[in-house]
Design a protein around this ligand. Structure first.
Ligand code: KG4
Ligand code: ZN
Length: 349
C-alpha cells in the first residue's frame, strides 16, 4: 500500500510517501525562521505558511519520486492534536486529493504517529510502554498493540518541550531552544540539585513542568552573567565552546532535571501492577532527540532488560513520514474515514 502522508499540525509543512510502512520520500518546509522572530508559533502565520507551501511541496515530492496521485493507494493526514487553522489546511488538501483521485482518506492522530515513528522498519514486541515528549505534549502510554493505545499519564500544564523552550527564552537563546539546551549542556557534569525535579512527590504518572521555567527564570535573574546580549542566528551550527561555562552548567542541570523526572515516572509505570509486564519501550517526539534523555532511556532499558525503540533524530520532530507510515497501518486494518472527517485540535481523550 502506497500512502501519502500530510502533516500540518504546528509549524512544519510536510508531505511524504510510505510503501507498506517503509519510507519512500519526504518534502518538509520548516517555518522556524518565521516564528523565531516572535519567540513562539503564531497560529495565523502558521496557517498561511502551510497554505503557501503545501502545493509546491506536493509537486516536488511527485517530481522527485516520479510517482503521481494515480500511484497512491490512500491519503493520510494529521487530524490533531494541533493548531486548528493549521490542521484545516492539511485536512482540506487531503480531502481534495482523495476526492479527486477516488482514493480512501485516513485521519491520523498526530501523537499516535509520533510513537509509530519509533517502529518504522522494526518489529516492536507488544505490549510496550511509550513515552511521548514534544513541544505540546508529554505522555506515558501503554501500547497493547500498534493500534490499541491507552494514556497512563500526561502533563497537567507545560510539556517537556515547553520547559526547554521557556528556559531557553530566559537564557536569551533562540526559539525553539531545546536543541540549544541539549548541545550546550553536553559533556558537562550536571549539578543535580540546581533545579527541582518537579511533581515526583506523589504516586501518579502525571507531569507538571511549569514550575521549572520559574526556577530557571529566578536563577537567571540572580546571575546576570547568564544573560548574553548577542543572540546567535537560529538554525546555525551550535558549538558549545562558544558559550560561557556558567551557561553550559545551567543547560546541563536542566537536561538532567527533565531527563531524571521522565526516568522516575517511566520506572514507576514499569513497576505499576496495572501496566502489566511490557516487552519493549518506545520514545518519540521532538524532545526524544535530546541526548541526555536518549542516554537515560538507553540506561533504563539496559537495566530492565527491555529493547528500546527510538526514531532516528530527524523522525523525532514533526514530519509526514510518520503520518504516512501510520496511515499504512490504519489502512491495512481497514480503518478509513469519510470525507466529513473533522479536525481534533485538542486530541482524543
Ligand atoms: O515533536 P515536535 O517537533 O513538535 C510538537 O509536536 O510539539 O517537538 C518540538 C519540541 C520543541 O519544544 C523543541 O525545543 C524540542 O521539541 N526539541 C528538543 C530537542 N530537539 C527538539 N528538546 C530538547 N533537546 C533536543 N535536542
Ligand atoms: Zn509533534
Amino acid at each position: 500500500m502506497l500512502c501519502l502522508g500530510i502533516e500540518t499540525s504546528c509549524d512544519e509543512t510536510a508531505v511524504a510517501l510510505c510503501d507498506d510502512g517503509r519510507p519512500v520520500a519526504e518534502k518538509l518546509a520548516s517555518q522556524i525562521d518565521v516564528h523565531a522572530l516572535f519567540g513562539g508559533v503564531v497560529p495565523e502565520l502558521a496557517s498561511r505558511e502551510h497554505l503557501r507551501r503545501m502545493g509546491p511541496l506536493l509537486r516536488a515530492l511527485f517530481t522527485e519520486t516520479g510517482l503521481g496521485l494515480a500511484d497512491v493507494d490512500a491519503l493520510a493526514v494529521a487530524r490533531g492534536p494541533g493548531l486548528l487553522g493549521s490542521l484545516l489546511i492539511g485536512l482540506a488538501t487531503a480531502k481534495a486529493l482523495a476526492l479527486g483521485a477516488g482514493k480512501p482518506l485516513i485521519g491520523v492522530d498526530h501523537l499516535h504517529a509520533h510513537l509509530m515513528a519509533a517502529a518504522i522498519g522494526r518489529d516492536v514486541p507488544y505490549p510496550a510502554l511509550g513515552l511521548l515528549v514534544s513541544g505540546g505534549h508529554t505522555q506515558i502510554m501503554l501500547l497493547r498493540s500498534a493500534l490499541d493505545i491507552a494514556v497512563l499519564g500526561r502533563t497537567l500544564d507545560d510539556a517537556a518541550g515547553e520547559a526547554f523552550d521557556k528556559a531557553a527564552k530566559s537564557l536569551n537563546l533562540p526559539y525553539p531552544g531545546g536543541v540549544y539546551i541539549d548541545a550546550l549542556g553536553r559533556d558537562i557534569e550536571a549539578e543535580r540539585g540546581l533545579f527541582p525535579r518537579p511533581f515526583l512527590d506523589n504516586r501518579n504518572l502525571d507531569f507538571s513542568f511549569s514550575g521549572l521555567k520559574t526556577a530557571v527564570a529566578t536563577y537567571v535573574a540572580a546571575h546576570s552573567e547568564l544573560r548574553l546580549d548577542v543572540m546567535p542566528s537560529p538554525g546555525g551550527p551550535i558549538d558549545p565552546l562558544d558559550w560561557p561555562m556558567a551557561m553550559r552548567k545551567v543547560c546541563a542541570a536542566l537536561n538532567f532535571a527533565i531527563a531524571d523526572t521522565l526516568r522516575v515516572k517511566m520506572e514507576r509505570a514499569l513497576d505499576a501492577r496495572d501496566t502489566g509486564p511490557v516487552r519493549a519501550l518506545l520514545a518519540a517526539g521532538g524532545v526524544a532527540a535530546n541526548s541526555r534523555i536518549r542516554e537515560m532511556l538507553t540506561d533504563l532499558t539496559a537495566r530492565r532488560g527491555l529493547p528500546l525503540f527510538l526514531p532516528q533524530p530527524k523522525l523525532c520532530a514533526d514530519n509526514a513520514t510518520m503520518i504516512a507510515a501510520t496511515g499504512c497501518l490504519l489502512g491495512r486494518a481497514g480503518l478509513t474515514h469519510g470525507l466529513d472527517l473533522d479536525a481534533v485540535p485538542r486530541g482524543r481523550k
